[in-house]
Design a protein around this ligand. Sequence first.
Ligand code: NAD
Length: 518
Amino acid sequence: MKLSDFRNEPFTDFSQPDNRQAFEAALHKVRDEVLGRTWPCWIGGEEVRGERTFESCDPGELTHLIGNYQLLGEAEAAVAVEKAHAAFPEWAATPVEQRAEIFMRAAQRLRERKHEFSAILCYEVGKSWAEADADTAECIDFMEYYAGQALEVSQPQPVTPVAGERNQMIYIPLGVGVIIPPWNFPLAIMAGMTSAALLAGNTAVVKPAGQSPGIAALWVELMYECGLPKQVLNFVTGPGKVIGAAMVQHPLTRFVSFTGSREVGLWIYEQIAKTQPGQKWMKRLIAEMGGKDGILVDKDCDLDAAVGAVVGSAFGYQGQKCSACSRAIVHQDIYDEFKAKLLPKVEAIECHHPSGYGNNFGPMIDPDAKKKTLDYIEIGKREGRLLVGGDTGPSNGHYVNATVFEGIAPDARLAQEEIFGPVLALIKVKDFDEGLAVANNTDYGLTGSVFTDDPAHKDRAAREFHVGNFYINRKCTGALVGAHPFGGFNMSGTDSKAGGPDYLLQFLQAKTISEKIQ
Ligand code: NAD
């Protein structure tokens, strides 16, 4: 596939009865046939079972078991890296067309089984139908986009002609990649990072987040079914702090592709800088981390659109997105009107299990996330005024109601620290200048939006709002592969621009070949 032919996978229109029925059927199928399974790990092409397993439960209905997974330890993790290393030469020598074909075939197969994968996301990580559908669509996009990109970068690169020499520069793979994804886009991000690594000709060990191993196990199975050699993609489950850390530190690891929190990302950064005995290279890190994203609402703008965007960006998937809007920075002239329009919309949000059609606000991922959010709500009560929410939802899941504070100072903890939950801080500013300064005053730099009708303000914000993904008059979540290459500045990571034209280069190294000719 040529990259220029790439088009995003359309989202499912659930207002169509046929689509609703198909999704209901997938929810039933998954409940009957997939949930509750015990999943193996895969190392060096062999099924591996640990001495113990761990289970994961539906965060929206805690009595429901999602699955059992192998609790591997450091020794098995090390073997996985070694097996991936052994499989590297053959996979690196496999023609890129063959690699791309496997991923294109798998993307098509995933398209056919789309609702089944999305249904698992509803149960395993508490995504609404639309959020789950978008995660699966993004996964298909990553697989196809990177397949196209792999073909493109395999071509000889342009070099300046020199008389008497034949020169070329080509990209070659790096080696073993350790892939460490988060739980919040447990299909798209996990598969996107893995696909890029493998399409570039590397071998990999994937360790999914402990909260979301089920969807990863199913995707790995799909890849094997579609012809990916098992030795190339190793799959291990267990505690990130133990097996993730062991693989990051392993001397045969050539690069780490990580998406997750700032804390863990910085720890990995430090670890890969330490050369281990027997290590022959400087490890590479591709890291996408947290955000403290803001939407700046100017005095002249479509206020209804701004309110809709803030609600959608702050509370979509319960605020558990790196791109979620956690700060609405609002011009004082329209602050009261903005607030009056916003609050009824937030008050109307109710917690429900996301497997029901139209239930758009589900649980938080786990007890730790719920506790962290409730702790920040207590901090918010000291730093500002609680306007909506602040309490928990039904006790059968990790539910926290959509919450809004006002009177939050720009340097308050609620305005600075990533909560990763449904908590929005309203910050009133006197003018656009102050608004931009507040927007830029965190350690992060992932996403941000401005709502304004003023062309000069649009231009200025485009130049000065220092985030990797800047939007005008639209929400700050919902980046599309190819259209909105994604990645942040500062403590938001290495600005990898996932789904962008440069992404694959991070999984490759360039080799220059120069031949003297007569
Ligand atoms: P996390 O950092 O807790 O975990 C991420 C992954 O790291 C998991 O697979 C985990 O098991 C593993 N891990 C934990 N400790 C480890 C260690 N010592 N060594 C190696 N691996 C280890 O993050 P999370 O809770 O899964 O995800 C939420 C975070 O991810 C938020 O901060 C969010 O902003 C961020 N995120 C960023 C992006 C982005 O593109 N910038 C996208 C999604 C999520």
